[in-house]
Design a protein around this ligand. Structure first.
Ligand SMILES: NC(=O)c1ccc[n+]([C@@H]2O[C@H](COP(=O)([O-])OP(=O)(O)OC[C@H]3O[C@@H](n4cnc5c(N)ncnc54)[C@H](O)[C@@H]3O)[C@@H](O)[C@H]2O)c1
Length: 317
């Protein structure tokens, strides 16, 4: 991987992809070259023009252009936010199969270009599409990452911060599992500063209670549905989550983020890609931080793994 130039290729310049690109440009200093690729070349061209025209107002000095798969050759990160929408009457598995074909048309030419960096996937269902990317690319597992439950975790920390009236930065909590209905919050791992939240909830001198925690967890789980109901799609949040992960990689931060990555024996599981707290640095996954889950939390985790494995096993790769 080159160190002087930080080059990102974005494949899929729809709402999610461009929210990511826009936040990358606005946050500045993360990369100095951004290539946009989409099956709709005209769109990618228009988006590159639009972003370039805003550069003078931002703090980044970036080279932004619509490119080709050959441009992935010397990229550090390829972000995939391309996907097709569910058709009327189409099952989730049919959609998954169509998105797998979309990914085949993307991952194959990226690998053929000589790309030797890190794949970062946002397309839903993100855990499955990340595993599909891993299988199609045959890259090492540490170099294939999905956004996982990073956005869900940000939502959780925001809501817990509001609830306890504490800066979310001082709340340590994760949403883990599938980025979807079977995700959950291991309450035993939630800390306010270094104090376990469970002990705060059990303290009768305050009005905080477990019931409220369950409501917050439900709010996190259903947030995407609510946003989609109100404005048809969600994109800013995940765009910023992608930016955060890219910053952790290119800055070699070794930050802990709940990305989707391959389990290799952690939590007693193998092969599945799932959202877990993971140390992310210049080479992608440095280490999965294995939490000490309670038996009940382990049951929930295993149930989430089961959902993901069943979905993946139904795919023709
Ligand atoms: N991970 C998350 O937390 C999260 C959150 C929100 C949305 N998403 C997912 O992100 C994906 C993109 O959503 P969106 O709202 O941007 O959709 P969108 O329809 O606005 O954009 C998709 C883009 O992909 C492009 N595309 C389709 N097939 C392609 C191909 N073969 N090669 C290259 N480009 C191709 C389309 O032309 C389009 O520009 C969806 O799968 C969505 O579910 C993920």
């Amino acid at each position: 991987m080159n160190t002087d130039k930080r080059k990102v290729v974005l494949i899929g310049t729809g709402m999610v992809g461009m929210s990511f690109a826009y936040s990358l440009v606005n946050q500045g200093g993360i990369c100095n070259e951004l290539v946009l690729i989409d099956v709709n070349k005209e769109r990618a061209n228009g988006e590159a023009m639009d972003l370039n025209h805003g550069l003078a107002f931002g703090k980044s000095n970036m080279r932004i252009y619509a490119g080709e798969y050959s441009d992935c050759k010397d990229a550090d990160i390829v972000v995939i936010a391309a996907g097709v929408a569910q058709k009327e009457g189409e099952t989730r598995l049919d959609l998954l199969q169509r998105n797998t074909e979309v990914f085949r048309s993307i991952v194959t030419p990226v690998v053929k270009s000589g790309f030797d960096g890190i794949f970062l996937v946002a397309t839903n269902p993100v855990d499955i599409m990340t595993r599909v990317t891993y299988e199609l690319s045959r890259f090492g597992a540490s170099r294939v990452i999905g956004t996982g439950t990073s956005l869900d975790t940000a939502r959780l920390r925001y809501l817990l911060g509001e609830y306890f009236t504490v800066d979310p930065k001082n709340i340590h909590a994760y949403v883990i599992g599938e980025h979807g209905d079977s995700e959950f919050v291991p309450l035993s791992q939630v800390m306010l500063a270094t104090k376990p939240v469970v002990s705060i909830l059990n303290d009768e001198r305050n009005s905080y209670c477990i019931k409220d925690m369950e409501q917050i967890e439900e709010q996190v789980r259903t947030a995407a549905y609510k946003i989609i109901e109100a404005k048809r799609a969600t994109y800013y949040g995940v765009g910023m989550a992608l930016t955060r992960i890219v910053r952790a990689i290119l800055g070699d931060e070794n930050s802990v983020l709940t990305v989707s990555c391959k389990l290799c024996g952690e939590y007693g599981e193998r092969n599945v890609f799932i959202g877990v707290p993971t140390i992310i640095g210049r080479n992608g996954v440095k280490e999965i931080v294995e939490l000490d889950l309670t038996e009940d939390e382990m049951d929930k985790f295993r149930a989430s793994v089961k959902v993901l494995n069943e979905n993946f096993d139904g795919l023709a790769l």
